[in-house]
Design a protein around this ligand. Structure first.
Ligand code: 3PY
Ligand code: ZN
Length: 632
């Protein structure tokens, strides 16, 4: 514990310490209390077994999951060199040169982030991601990058999975040292849903870069460049790759929709190039970019900017592979794909389909189909655990052209609707989502503007207000918080401005901000936050903890308290984590390398008069009992 305290101290981390570090900081000798991790884990398993877990009610059938076999490696086996080795040896310019000279199409695999954000409400746990990490590093070293962090994963890891997003990054980085790691950064909104003070965003970027993120895909939910410029600069300052994104919306081929046209995207791309982007991303977050539009867009952007282009799309209507192939034809450099068992529908197009399509062509991706298949089979099995988070869609759905909802929002909004008692009315929510877009004057919808549109749509459906009624009686309603924030200018400025009739109705006399919100927000005092955190959680905090707290406040505290109560839950297998144990079932838990707990649940008592039950276990052969309040 002593070493743990010291190596996380900012002065030590900065490299500017002397032996006085120890004299000046007696608090380094306050050690975390020795924890009985087994007792804490038994408490968690008992709670879940009796009361169910978040999103999975007690009594839901526990799936049977049989993992396929996959290769294993010795601890000291080194994977083949990949793009990260090139970055480390030859810098950003050397990497881009190598990629261009290769002539191939490069791939980013999104399975570890956007694919499960889009298909499974972001619920995939570190446990399941880490188990296949060696195989990814050894068998598919030829990716451009792995998108494995950021977006909604930061929030969801803490809020629902009770695990530390920084730990996920660290353990994956250790297992996959050779492939670039990519994250999705929401510009001034970092990995949250609102604009943060500049020093919070900068500190987050510094820590993420230090922890192993190489490529930062930076976007703004309204395509408002002032909200992205600071992040681009900070990523460059850290020596990392700033991939600035233009978010695509509407329909380029529809002459009636003139707001987001080719000239708009070209102008935006030029602004991002001037702001210092290393790569330009086209972020088609909803899957609205049709194949011919993709060809036109990539070809035109190539004529006007000198940056490599990276295409991100969703396969919602089923056009994803066609869209990528058309973009490749127009000179696309990098494409986002997901392993086939985690692809399609609201997720990315299938990597195997793209790899096979380009085989023996000039743009051959040089990826190995059988290696992709092994990984896909693994995720196909693991996905069973997450059944309760599936969308229920059987196939692609072209109604995305109506609602224009981002793939990453679909299952998340469904869960939000269910929690408000609107489970059977999701079609209405989708219709309202489109109506809200039109009321707002047609805007870019991606986190957090998409979250605001979702909140607005839920508000209409829940209160049975039609778009027409809203137009007539706009001043009479109290709007959801995110809608008020949007019209207050707290998410930035939308292209074309706010519709004043609705802005007046929402703000009810309050002033709206016209400047960049981050510029006016007072900087956060990180030392004060660290002290506050220690006070609230009783834990010695790392800089990463402080950043999580700065971004997520109470969500972070709740997570830290859950860890205090249950210890680190990311060691539990997913079946046990979500569904608990059934009598006679056993969980084998490796709490440290080589340190294993064998937990067998024997029985659960009937409820006692005080509402508690007793859960009986055998822990490494010894009897143990745990008391739980039955909340059913
Ligand atoms: C996110 O911001 O989480 C997204 O995936 C946006 O598409
Ligand atoms: Zn996406």
């Amino acid at each position: 514990p002593f070493l743990d305290n010291v190596i996380h101290h900012p002065e030590f981390r900065s490299g500017r310490y002397t032996v006085r570090l120890i004299e000046d900081h007696p608090e380094l000798f306050i050690f975390r209390k020795r924890q009985d991790r087994a007792t804490k884990l038994l408490q968690y398993i008992s709670d879940v077994t009796v009361n169910g877990s978040e999103g999975i009610k007690h009594g839901v059938k526990k799936p049977t999951v049989r993992l396929p076999s996959f290769p294993t490696y010795r601890y000291d086996d080194k994977p083949k060199p990949g793009t990260r080795d090139v970055l480390l040896a030859e810098g950003v310019d050397g990497l881009l040169r190598m990629m261009k000279q290769s002539g191939q199409l490069w791939l980013t695999d999104t399975t570890l982030r956007d694919a499960h954000q889009s298909l499974l409400a972001t619920r995939m746990r570190t446990y399941d991601l880490v188990r296949i990490a060696d195989v990814i590093a050894h068998e598919t070293a030829g990716y451009f990058s792995l998108e494995m962090w950021g977006g909604a994963t930061f929030d969801t890891a803490m809020r629902f999975l009770k695990e530390d997003p920084w730990e996920r990054l660290a353990v994956l980085r250790e297992r996959i040292p050779n492939i670039l790691f990519q994250m999705l950064l929401r510009g001034a909104n970092a990995v949250g849903y609102k604009n943060y003070p500049d020093n919070v965003v900068n500190h987050f970027i510094d820590e993420a870069a230090m922890a192993g993120i190489d490529v930062f895909r930076i976007f703004d939910s309204l395509n408002w460049v002032p909200n992205m410029a600071g992040s681009i600069e900070r990523v460059r300052h850290n020596g990392m790759i700033a991939e600035a994104a233009i978010c695509y919306t509407g329909d380029l081929m529809d002459e009636k929709r003139t707001k987001f046209n080719l000239a708009y995207y070209v102008d935006l791309a030029k602004q991002l190039e001037r702001a210092g982007a290393t790569i330009l991303a086209i972020k088609d977050m909803a899957g609205l970019l049709k194949p011919q539009a993709a060809h036109l867009l990539v070809k035109t952007l190539k004529e006007h900017v000198g940056l490599p282009i990276h295409l991100h799309t969703h396969d919602t209507a089923g056009t994803g592979v066609a869209t990528i192939l058309q973009a490749v034809d127009a000179g696309l450099d990098i494409a986002d794909v997901a392993l086939s068992s985690m692809s399609g529908q609201t997720s990315q197009p299938s990597s195997s389909a793209v790899v096979a399509s380009l085989m023996n062509t000039a743009r051959d991706t040089r990826m190995d189909l059988s290696a992709l298949r092994v990984q896909s089979d693994y995720f196909s099995a693991v996905r069973e655990w997450y059944q309760p988070f599936e969308s229920g869609l059987q196939a692609g759905a072209a109604d995305v052209y109506e609602h224009e909802m981002p793939g990453g929002q679909y299952t998340n909004l469904q869960k939000q609707a269910e929690s408000l008692g609107l489970a059977g009315r999701f079609d209405e929510v989708k219709r309202a989502y489109r109506e809200v877009n039109d009321l707002l004057g047609d805007i870019v919808k991606v986190t957090p503007s998409s979250k605001m549109v979702g909140d607005f749509a839920l508000f209409l459906v829940q209160n049975r207000i039609s778009a027409q009624e809203l137009r007539q009686r706009a001043h009479e309603f109290d709007y959801p918080g995110s809608v008020v924030d949007y019209f207050s200018g707290l998410m930035g400025q939308p292209y074309g401005g706010f519709p004043t009739w609705l802005q007046d109705a929402v703000l009810k006399g309050r002033e709206a901000l016209k400047e960049r919100p981050g510029a006016g927000l007072p900087p956060v005092d990180f030392e004060q936050l660290a002290a506050e955190l220690k006070e609230k959680t009783g834990r010695i905090c790392t800089e990463q903890d402080v950043v999580s707290y700065a971004l997520y406040g109470q969500v972070y505290i709740d997570f830290a308290m859950a860890q205090n109560r249950y210890s680190n839950l990311s060691v539990l297998d997913t079946g046990t984590f979500f569904y608990g144990l059934r009598p006679g079932e056993e969980a084998i838990v490796e709490i440290d390398r080589g340190k294993t707990l064998m937990i067998r649940l024997i029985s659960v008592s009937a409820p006692r008069p005080d509402g508690t039950r007793v859960v009986f276990y055998e822990l490494n052969g010894q009897p143990r009992e745990v008391e739980v309040v039955d909340q059913q």
